[in-house]
Design a protein around this ligand. Structure first.
Ligand SMILES: Nc1ncnc2c1ncn2[C@@H]1O[C@H](COP(=O)(O)OP(=O)(O)OP(=O)(O)O)[C@@H](O)[C@H]1O
Ligand SMILES: [Mg+2]
Length: 263
């Protein structure tokens, strides 16, 4: 279980990234963190992965505990080694490396045999990548790059997977594909923390959801409850999106990737 308590983060000694965040993720859950630009979503993931120092940020209060491990005091590489893996914002794939080389980077802490098993699993999840192993990753489409970013994180065989806005910049159909894969990864037993601005996509699959605003949790509750909450619709999905959400609910499908543009 991952337990964040009263977490405060400051950047450069002045800017407040988080101002007292509480969050709990039980093993096997899919938990989403929603919030608009600058709300503190990425900051929260950076704090959990203990990579804030690379961004001139520091935890100034509170705690992060993962199964008895104090993550604020554990080196980032040890956290990765224990199986808590983050797929960063903006995909962060290596464009000059091939698809296969990118995957290998993700699995570098594992034995060769493990790498082979994981790569087979990743290619089964993302069949689109299997015919492109020798292509340069920079030549892939946005959706394929996102799949590769998730695939690379999976190469480390995570117990907990942190995903930072995987739907960003993708067409609605591709967002659905990404959502399907995230759901499947979770169903196979991996705990998932999904940071999103696409509330409709995220709430369609989340066991539990948090809304961040200005570095604080403004709302939290079970995914379906938040999806139906007027507060979330008003605060987060906005007026136009609210109507679209109703229409999508009637049509029995997700809203897709439209929320960011409308925000
Ligand atoms: N490296 C940094 N230096 C200074 N301030 C930062 C840094 N990174 C983030 N911040 C500030 O911390 C706050 C939270 O930013 P964060 O990137 O966590 O938001 P976010 O919710 O991920 O936003 P987005 O949806 O745009 O990715 C913002 O006010 C931001 O300006
Ligand atoms: Mg972010």
């Amino acid at each position: 279980m991952l337990v964040v308590k009263g977490l405060e983060v400051t950047y450069g000694g002045v800017a407040e990234g988080l101002r007292g965040v509480d969050l709990t993720v039980e093993d096997g859950q899919l938990v989403t963190v929603l919030g608009s630009n600058g709300a503190g979503k990425t900051t929260l993931l950076r704090a959990i992965s203990n990579v804030l120092n690379a961004f001139n940020g520091v935890v100034t209060g509170g705690s992060i505990d993962w199964d008895g491990l104090n993550l604020v005091r554990t080196r980032a590489d040890r956290i990765v080694g224990r199986g808590l893996i983050q797929a960063p914002e903006g995909r962060g794939i290596f464009g000059r490396l091939t698809v296969e080389e990118n995957l290998r980077v993700g699995g570098f802490l594992r034995s060769r045999a493990d790498q082979k098993t994981q790569q087979d699993h990743v290619l089964e999840l993302f069949p689109d990548l299997s015919g492109r192993l020798r292509e340069h990753a920079g030549l892939l489409s946005g959706g394929q790059q996102q799949m590769l970013a998730i695939g690379r994180a999976l190469m480390a065989n995570p117990k907990v997977l942190l995903l930072d806005e995987p739907s960003l910049g993708l067409a609605p159909k591709i967002v659905d594909d990404v959502a399907d894969v995230v759901r499947r990864i979770n169903q196979e037993g991996t705990t998932v923390v999904l940071v999103e601005q696409n509330a409709s996509m995220a709430l369609s699959m989340a066991d539990y959801a948090y809304v961040l605003e200005n570095g604080r949790v403004s709302l939290h509750g079970p995914g379906p409850e938040l999806r139906d909450s007027d507060e979330v619709r008003r605060l987060y999905l906005g007026q136009g999106a609210e109507e679209a959400l109703d229409a999508a609910a009637v049509a029995g499908q997700g809203l897709g990737d439209g929320t960011k543009e409308q925000a």
